[in-house]
Design a protein around this ligand. Sequence first.
Ligand code: SF4
Ligand code: SF4
Length: 343
Amino acid sequence: MLWLNAGLSCDGESVALTAATQPSIEEIVLGALPGLPRLAMHWPMLDYECGPQGGADSFIEWFHKGARGELDPFVLVVEGSVPNEAIKAEGFWSGFGNDPETGQPITTSVWLDRLAPQAAVVLAAGTCAAYGGIHAMAGNPTGAMGVPDYLGRDWRSRTGTPIVCVPGCPVQPDNLSETLVHLLYQITGQAPMIPLDDNLRPAWLFGQTVHESCHRAGYYEQGEFAGGFASDRCLVKIGCWGPVVKCNVPRRGWINGIGGCPNVGGICIACTMPGFPDKFMPFMDEPAGVKAAEPAGGLYTSLVRTLRAITLHNVEKEPAWRHKGEALTTGYEPSWRKGKRHG
Ligand code: SF4
Ligand code: SF4
C-alpha cells in the first residue's frame, strides 16, 4: 500500500485509521484476518520497511518503485484534495518528496499522474480526497478538487475498478479499514468487485441517512426539538442536516462503537457529502430544504419526503468550480486587488 498524504488536508484520515477497531490496523498489518494477503504499508504514519534516506529502501523510493511499475499489485491511498497546479506559472501548492534529477519537489498531481495508472486500485480517503472538501470551498485560491475530479469520474484502474471514495471529515475509522480490507481481498481474487453508489462510495456503508439510525429519531417523530445544545432532543432546528445526509456514523459510532455526532449532541454538518461544505452553510442554522415533519402523517409527510428528495438531489452534487483546467473558477479574488493590506 502506498499512502500519498500529499494533498491538502489535516492528516485526519491517517489519525483516524489508528483508531479503527473493526478491523484495526494492527489486525490488517499482522494478517490476523483469514486469507488476508501480507501487506507492506508505506504510509507516513507507519512504514516498517523503510531504511535510511537516499538508500535503496528509503521511504520515498517505494513511491518511485510504484511509479516505475516495480510494485505489483499495490493499493494507492490518497489523502487530501488535489490543488490545481495548472493555474499559475511558478511555484507549487503541494508536493511529496523531491525529484532526484532536478532536486525540485514532486507535486501531488504529478504523483497522481505517475502512480494511478500503475495501481491496482485507488482509494480516496476522506472528503478532501473524495470531493475536495474544506479546501475546495468557494473563493479558495488553489482550485482544489477531489481525486475523481482530477482523474475523471469514469476513470478505471488497470484492474477495472473505479476510484473508491470513503468520505468523512475525517473518515469514520472502521469505514476506512473495512473498505481497505475489501479491496485487499478483491485484488487477490477473494472478493467481488466493490459495490459503489453514484458518488463512488461503498454502497453498504453509505446507503442510509444519518437520520435513519440516529438515537434522537424518536424525539423527531414526536415533534420534540432541542432549542440549544444542552438538550437530548432532536437537533434539526439548531442545524442538523441528518435527514438528507448519507452516513452511518450514528449506527456505527466513532471509536469502538462509541459516539456518533447527533447521538452525542453534535449536529450533522454533512461532512460525507459531495456538496460539503458550501451547500450546507451557514452551519448551525435550521437547514434549508430539511423541513421538520410534525407527527401529522398523511399528505404532509409525503410532501416533506418529496421536498427532501429535491434537496438530496442538489446536495449530492459537487459545486461546479471543482475541476481541472487552466482557469481558476472558485471566485477567488486576491486581497491586493481588493485594496486590502496585510500587516
Ligand atoms: Fe434526525 Fe438530526 Fe434529529 Fe437525529 S438529531 S433525529 S439525525 S434531525
Ligand atoms: Fe459527518 Fe454528519 Fe456523519 Fe457526523 S453524522 S460524520 S457530521 S456526515
